[in-house]
Write a new protein. Structure first.
Length: 525
């Protein structure tokens, strides 16, 4: 490493708060580097792969200096947490152990010395979840992390251990999952400084790439599914890992390649967020941040919508607007200079959540009848809902917490107007109950098809005007039903099982119809 590179690396260490001093280059040409993690690590792939982030690291370092001939070992397992990796490590002491990439045997790879070990865990702690949002749970996670580091150090005797910060869970930095993960990362950084580990800012670099990409394109993503990195996300992880390895120049070149592939100097883009603490009502507030060339951007609002405030600055304008999003897709116009585009805001859902633990399960099978709660009836029919809502409880002392949910680009469904993504509204635990309601006005009786699509195995029940149209765990289903003239209630109940908690409930028209005249509301009717 040249003197400037060493200074950059030392500056990074000081900023990270890690009390480790490196003598000479951190990464050496013949190092053996082991990555330990979950499915995000598995997506690193093999060193000679096409777009996995390990291949990107390997390529970047060889472009910098052909003398770089490091050996890269990827030990990533889907669903793994710090706690489950302790079990993997223990098992691999006496038996061959394979994770997602069958090219690597954990027993063999940890049974040999390594120069550098990089650990990146934390995604499944919030996704499953295995960590609760409380100090005691964070402390237990750190205690287990320390045990894993100690065990891996004993077996591989690495020159350096690097802890990579976990990448985002949903692309919304304000989502409950990311807020909890931020607290975990804070504890991780403190522990790294105490235990002589370095840090790789993979989480921070992912956010950096996402922010820059959204300035260029409103549909820019770093994940395939709000969790697993797409090719762009792999470039962000590679850059973060290179930064952690002290290879700032190589990291910069990876990000320059990414920027060259996405940048449009005459771009027009935006981000939309629901205003804070929205109460159920016909009028909602939205915050729109526009990115544009020149000094001026303007909004074209639908009838009845109002501009509450506008804060312009060169290249960026913040708008606050209020309106009634009563169309399935509510369209706003954005203009700057000679460019224009359409902002699409889906109709909202009224969503309620609460946790009473596992209910409805018998011999490993979910039975909706066994899971029935006193609150289900008012959700199903809507009768007396407005009166019951302020004090509704799943059981005594466990309230239903109500929020407005509006789908968007940062969540599963990426704008699908029927999509519901519970990571946007709650840091859910096992057995969490979720309700949703949407009132729909039709000017006549008409046939419709209720189309249900789901992720994972989360149980789901769907009602239209009190009639059950779906109940089960099928990934997809289409059910013939009908809307009546006047107001209709589309409602659902879901019980979180594990991993993803997302699904979509959409209405499709009968022959010769288009449903364009329907109006939507979260105000109880």
């Amino acid at each position: 490493m040249q003197k400037t590179g060493l200074l950059t690396f030392c500056a990074f260490i000081l900023l990270a708060g890690v009390s480790v001093r490196a003598e000479g280059p951190l990464l050496r040409p013949t190092d053996r580097v082991i990555f330990i993690g979950d499915s995000i690590t598995a997506r690193g792939g093999l060193p000679d792969g096409s777009w996995g982030w390990v291949a990107l690291i390997n390529k970047a370092l060889k472009e910098k200096d052909p003398a770089n001939q490091q050996a890269w070992i990827t030990l990533g397992g889907s669903g793994q947490t710090v706690g489950s990796w302790l079990n993997i490590e223990q098992k691999s002491r006496t038996a061959p152990t394979f994770l997602d990439l069958k090219s690597f045997d954990v027993q063999a790879e940890l049974g040999r010395p390594a120069d550098v070990v990089v650990i990146m865990l934390g995604m499944n702690e919030v996704g499953s979840p295995a960590v609760k949002d409380d100090p005691e749970s964070y402390a237990k996670w750190i205690e287990n992390y320390r045990s894993l580091i100690k065990a891996v150090r004993a077996r591989t005797n690495p020159r350096v251990v690097i802890l990579a910060t976990p990448t985002p869970c949903t692309e919304d930095p304000d989502s409950p999952k990311n807020q909890v993960m931020d607290k975990m990362v804070g504890a991780l950084k403190k522990m790294a400084g105490e235990d002589g580990c370095l840090l790789a800012p993979t989480r921070e670099t992912a956010w950096e790439v996402l922010r820059q990409g959204r300035r260029e394109r409103p549909d820019f993503h770093i994940t395939d599914d709000q969790i697993h990195p797409n090719p762009t996300g792999c470039m962000a992880i590679a850059a973060g890992m290179l930064r952690g390895l002290g290879e700032e120049e190589a990291a910069r070149k990876v990000l320059e390649k990414l920027s060259a592939g996405t940048q449009d100097k005459q771009s027009l883009s935006y981000e939309v967020a629901l205003g804070p603490d929205q109460k159920p009502g016909p009028t909602l507030q939205f915050r729109i941040r526009a990115y544009h060339s020149g000094d001026k951007a303007e909004l074209d609002l639908p009838d009845g919508w109002k501009l509450a405030s506008m804060k312009p600055s060169p290249g960026e304008t913040d708008f606050s607007v209020t309106g009634t999003p009563d169309r399935l897709i509510n369209r706003l116009g954005l203009r700057a200079g000679q460019k224009s585009l359409t902002i699409q805001i889906p109709a909202p859902w009224l969503v309620g959540t609460g946790n009473i633990g596992w209910v409805g399960w018998k011999a490993g099978v979910f039975d909706p009848t066994l899971a029935k709660l006193p609150t289900d009836e008012v959700i199903r029919t809507g009768a007396g809902f407005a009166e019951a809502m302020p004090h509704m409880e799943l059981k005594e002392g466990v309230p239903v917490n109500w929020k407005i949910f509006v789908g968007g680009i940062n969540m599963a469904g990426t704008g699908n107007p029927g999509a519901i993504d519970f990571p946007a509204v709650t840091y859910f635990l096992g057995g969490e109950v979720g309700y949703g309601l949407r009132w729909i006005s039709s000017d006549r009786d008409r046939p419709v098809t209720v189309k249900v699509s789901r992720a994972g195995k989360t149980p789901l029940s769907v009602w239209l005007n009190g009639e059950g149209v779906f109940s089960g765990e099928l990934p997809k289903s289409e059910i013939k039903s009908a809307l009546k003239k006047g107001w209709n209630l589309l409602s659902f109940k879901s019980n979180f099982q594990q991993w993803g908690w997302q699904f979509a409930i959409n209405l499709e028209p009968g022959e010769g119809d288009n449903l364009d005249d329907l109006r939507y509301s979260v105000v109880p009717r």
